[in-house]
Design a protein around this ligand. Structure first.
Ligand code: FE2
Length: 415
């Protein structure tokens, strides 16, 4: 198959050939046509052809549960949502969790997402959600690469037996060690939970991804423990700090001291724009903080930052639809990264950077890599972001897994 007139990542017009599910050649269409005379041809007409979207942080076991707890999350805060979830989760079954997760997975596939890291609540002695996600991972693998985080929602230590359940989840097949140090009882317990997380990751050869400093408390500084342990354990590139909202409240002297430490640690950062602008700032009167990490400074300091969905209609966040173009739109606004060159270079936040955090090999427009890509209904990145353009084609290992007709607008005016 030859795809011609592809605007690769909105930066370079090229044609390319796909053979046996892999990218076989890139170049001028006339040359490819001679090289592959039998190939079928699709004209992408200069539309953006990007690497598939990678959502490095979502909770697929929570999707569509916003009305499940008996009590609605009235305050809009993280901590009330955790309490409400704790009350509701006992009633869940594997089948019911999978049914809801499938709806979200299908929605994400329709939005061009092919890589997802899902945090799964393992603070449940029955590990019901984990069992559901392990089955789901196998069932969707031809359409989506699912990475599972053993996430102790109620804490490594704040939940009795939390650390043991994380370890059990890793033995059962979870790919990543999670944690939530800012939710432990004390700062000491928080640091101990990070240490325990690293101990388990080293023991079972897993990646790490902590919910980290998801608060406006400027004294919440677990990110420094994660950076230090990443560095000293030689885990550069293999660990991630999700949220880091408190970084928006740190004083500059501390924040800028940490930038070089983060760099040495090769720490990945995951920012959830809609989720955290909803959850944070809840204890502020005015001025109200916006719950966003220092995306601009982290990026300028060469750190890898991605934007992620986090929730689809759960006790933490009532909306969300899995479309990472929305996260890109919000993320750029909230981060004040709105110059034209910044927007032109922004697709990476929802594609390459997420895939890099997930340590996905075989990703990108390179001969020999799996032919995984999406086509957006736009011919330049600024228009794609401005219009939150739809994904109209998603190809995985050379196979078309989703095609969408762009909406047609019928009008009655004559001008
Ligand atoms: Fe989360």
């Amino acid at each position: 198959m030859i795809y011609k007139n592809a605007n690769l990542n909105g930066k370079e017009m090229k044609s390319f050939a796909v053979e046996n599910g892999r990218f076989a050649a890139f170049g001028e269409f006339s040359a490819l046509e001679k090289q592959y005379p039998q190939a079928k041809i699709e004209d992408l007409k200069g539309r953006i052809t990007a690497c598939p979207f990678a959502d490095a942080h979502i909770h697929l076991d929570y999707v569509y549960t916003a009305s499940l707890p008996a009590k609605a999350t009235a305050s809009g805060t993280l901590f009330e949502a955790i309490d409400n979830w704790s009350e509701a989760k006992d009633r869940l079954t594997t089948e019911e969790i999978k049914k809801r997760a499938y709806i979200a997975v299908k929605q994400q596939i329709a939005c061009g997402v092919q890589y997802v890291r899902t945090h799964v609540d393992v603070t449940d002695p029955k590990l019901t959600a984990l069992k559901a996600m392990l089955e789901l991972k196998e069932e969707v693998r031809d359409y989506m690469t699912l990475q599972i985080v053993a996430f102790p929602q109620e804490g490594f230590f704040a939940y009795k037996g939390g650390a043991e359940l994380v370890e059990e989840a890793l033995k059962m097949g979870a790919d990543v060690v999670g944690g939530i140090p800012h939710f432990e009882f004390t700062r000491e317990d928080g640091v101990a939970s990070v240490k325990k997380g690293f101990e388990l990751a080293m023991k079972y050869d897993k990646l790490l991804d902590f919910h980290c400093d998801e608060t406006d408390d400027d004294q919440s500084r677990f990110v420094e423990s994660i950076a230090a342990l990443t560095y000293f354990n030689g885990m550069q590139g293999r660990s991630a700090a999700s949220h880091t909202c408190a970084m928006g409240s740190y004083n500059n002297a501390y924040a800028f001291k940490m930038m070089s430490k983060f760099k040495k640690a090769g720490l990945n950062f995951i920012v959830c724009p809609t989720e955290n602008c909803y959850l944070q700032g809840r204890y502020d009167s005015y001025p109200k903080r916006r719950g966003i990490s220092r995306v601009d400074e982290l990026t300028k300091n060469g750190l890898n930052v991605s934007f992620a969905q986090d929730s689809i209609s759960d006790p933490w966040y009532p909306l969300g639809n899995g479309n990472l173009m929305h996260q890109l739109d919000f993320g750029l606004h909230l981060s004040h990264m709105m110059s034209i060159p910044e927007i032109e270079d922004s697709l990476k936040f929802v594609t390459d950077n997420g895939a890099r955090t997930m340590c996905i090999k075989d990703y990108g427009f390179k001969c020999g890599n799996s032919a995984n890509f999406v086509v957006l209904d736009a011919d330049n990145t600024v228009d794609a972001v401005r219009n939150t353009s739809e994904t109209v084609l998603s190809v995985r290992e050379g196979r078309e897994i989703m095609r969408k007709e762009p909406a047609k607008v019928l009008t009655s005016y004559s001008f």
